[in-house]
Unconditional design. Structure first.
Length: 126
């Protein structure tokens, strides 16, 4: 079920549990601002999720409430993860689902990194 991106942060969400080490993840990168791990149900040969360490529901509250250091650190981490996965030359796609129409399911901001094949057109045409 898609979440309400304007709801308060819920510390029981699955990515909060991963950040607290309560459930495992297949980690590919970590620094002071971000954690990256393989998606549990990959939709491309490379499908990595990058999440900020702070308590942000979505791109909406992150871009409103996060400090400049958190925003810069998180965005740099996304680029680093993509480079370390060898994606810039063949190309890749970033996706951040937000709320109901974005079909966001986990209420902790995450950027999907997709790559490893030709990804085709941006969205299915309705
Ligand atoms: P979204 O629809 O943008 O909220 O995407 C949530 C993503 O989280 C989906 O691609 C799921 O496969 C992924 N996911 C859910 N639980 C886990 C988990 N425990 N470890 C890794 N990925 C997960």
């Amino acid at each position: 079920m898609p979440i309400d991106a304007t709801a308060p942060y819920d510390d029981s969400n699955v990515f909060a549990k991963i950040l607290r080490g309560e459930i495992p993840c297949s980690r590919v990168y970590e620094d002071d601002f971000a954690l990256a791990f393989h998606d549990i149900a990959p939709q491309a040969p490379v499908h990595i999720l990058v999440i900020p360490k702070g308590r942000y529901v979505s791109w909406d509250d992150f871009t409103r409430d996060a400090s400049d250091a958190e925003i810069a650190g998180f965005i740099r981490a996304v680029g680093t993860v993509a480079r370390e996965a060898g994606l810039p030359a063949p190309g890749y796609r970033l996706l951040a689902n937000v709320g109901q129409h974005g079909h966001q399911e986990v209420p902790h901001l995450h950027v999907h990194i997709f790559g490893g094949r030709q990804l085709g057109a941006m969205l299915p045409r309705a």
